[in-house]
Design a protein around this ligand. Structure first.
Ligand code: UPU
Ligand code: MG
Ligand code: ZN
Length: 433
């Protein structure tokens, strides 16, 4: 009798301590809401960069998640030009580059990577997998020759990419180039449109906070066996669509529905300007964050699929999906964003939801911090700076508490040299490049 999850001879998989998820405690929301939700709101806003922006530069050593700035957009544009120049030297054919992902979808920060999609100008170009890989290798050589740093192609992934880095004034920008990845352009536009449906950038704020929270808990990196940040955004949109007072509509069901085919999938969604005051939801960002954690801690993963394309529920039986976590891509309906999750990782992700919910719910008053003084406009600037740096530090200490109570993520499937999944250390492309 061996445990099929951790290989221990001492118990069966049903008893495996690594697969145990702690129980979900009942916590009174009223007390928390009255006394502490305002502080968490401030932490979330601050990471986003909308509180006291004139102070943020000074605080940037504490706050590193500001939403993408115009200066950053200019730098990204410069990188795109450099990429174009480099590739043009190597490839004879006409081509174009389009940015997608976090730099365009409303969930990007000044630290996000830069995702670029390469295609030949002639759209009828052959797209066989050999052709794809050859193109990726050509791009890799072009970037090496142009002295981009850390250039490396990953041709074994579902979507082959070339990774690169480049120095710019503000530091270093990392990026990925993929080939014929047109659906990603459409899901980028869909996410961006969802962002425009919430007031005060609520969706962007929450999404960026959740991405940061997931990275902090080591559950936000698909290359290391957990979920991509894109998957967390899909979880978030799903949750906001299903609140008693929904914060978001289901855009793929709205408007003058018609079919728009891309790569064999329907990429239609209602792209109209959002209706002001469409939502009746009055929950604050901190309440939404905690309910998000609770929703997925209690989610019926055994039977249900998380999806954002229809109001009706979707079951795993209907899809014929059997994985532990089923998260459907909004357009590529064959793509389960949770397909790479092992039983151990699943348990670890669930534990992160349950435990973080408790950490954030038991927000305690910070030492030496007087809440009533916070917003008073007559308060000296000096005091506001102190209060803001306290808030930022407090946010960090909460994240540290989450990490400490969850423990480290399972690493059993990872290469011990680079920490990624999909190969073992003797075949590590990072160590051998
Ligand atoms: O469409 C997807 N599906 C995914 O499962 C993951 C990502 N994406 C798109 O790539 C989506 O538009 C997202 O906002 C964007 C950026 O994702 P990121 O920063 O994780 O970079 C990805 C990279 C490393 O996984 O490979 C993408 O550049 C590319 N990738 C895809 O484009 C990976 C998986 C994939 N599609 O399905
Ligand atoms: Mg990205
Ligand atoms: Zn490796």
């Amino acid at each position: 009798q061996h445990c099929s999850a951790c290989d221990s001879p001492k118990h069966l998989v049903t008893e495996c301590p690594q697969l145990k998820v702690p129980p979900i405690l009942n916590i009174s929301r009223t007390h928390w809401k009255k006394h502490y939700s305002g502080e968490l709101d401030r932490i979330i806003c601050m990471l986003f960069g909308t509180c006291q922006t004139f102070l943020l530069e000074w605080l940037s050593f504490l706050v590193e998640n500001e939403k993408i700035s115009n200066a950053r957009h200019k730098e990204l544009h410069f990188v795109k030009t450099r990429l174009q120049d480099a590739i043009r030297k190597k490839l004879k054919n006409d081509f174009r580059l389009d940015a997608f992902g976090s730099s365009e979808n409303g969930f990007g920060s000044n630290k996000s990577d830069y995702d670029v999609f390469f295609r030949y100008g002639n759209d009828n170009y052959e797209r066989s997998s050999e052709m794809q890989i050859q193109t990726i290798i050509n791009i890799e050589q072009a970037l090496r020759a142009a002295r981009f740093s850390r250039v490396m192609s990953i041709t074994t992934a579902k979507v082959p990419i070339v990774k690169f880095a480049i120095r710019v004034e503000s530091g270093e920008i990392e990026g990925d180039i993929s080939y014929y990845n047109e659906l990603a352009l459409h899901n980028t536009q869909l996410l961006k449109r969802y962002c425009s449906w919430t007031k005060d950038e609520t969706l962007s704020k929450l999404g960026m906070f959740i991405k940061k929270w997931a990275k902090n808990c080591e559950i936000g990196d698909a290359s290391k066996g957990s979920l991509s940040s894109y998957a967390y955004i899909i979880l978030l949109i799903h949750f906001l669509q299903r609140l008693p007072d929904p914060l978001l509509p289901v855009l793929q069901e709205m408007g003058e529905k018609r079919t728009i085919q891309v790569d064999g999938w329907d990429v239609y969604f209602c792209d109209d300007e959002p209706m002001p005051s469409w939502s009746q939801c009055t929950l604050s960002v901190s309440e939404l964050f905690l309910q998000f954690l609770e929703y997925f801690a209690k989610f019926d993963w055994q039977n249900q699929v998380v999806q954002i394309r229809q109001t009706n529920k979707l079951t795993k039986i209907e899809k014929g999906w059997k994985k532990l976590m089923c998260i459907e891509d909004p357009f590529d309906l064959d793509h389960n964003l949770g397909s790479g999750i092992s039983p151990r990782m699943f348990a670890f992700i669930m534990k992160s939801f349950v435990t973080s919910r408790e950490v954030f719910f038991t927000l305690k008053e910070r030492e030496g911090f007087v809440r009533s003084n916070m917003a008073a406009p007559e308060k000296a600037l000096h005091d506001i700076v102190i209060a803001d740096s306290h808030i930022a530090r407090y946010g960090h200490s909460l994240f540290a508490r989450c990490r400490a109570s969850i423990g480290g993520a399972p690493r059993d499937r990872q290469c011990f040299k680079c920490g990624r999944i999909g190969h073992f250390s003797d075949a590590c492309p990072v160590a051998n490049s």
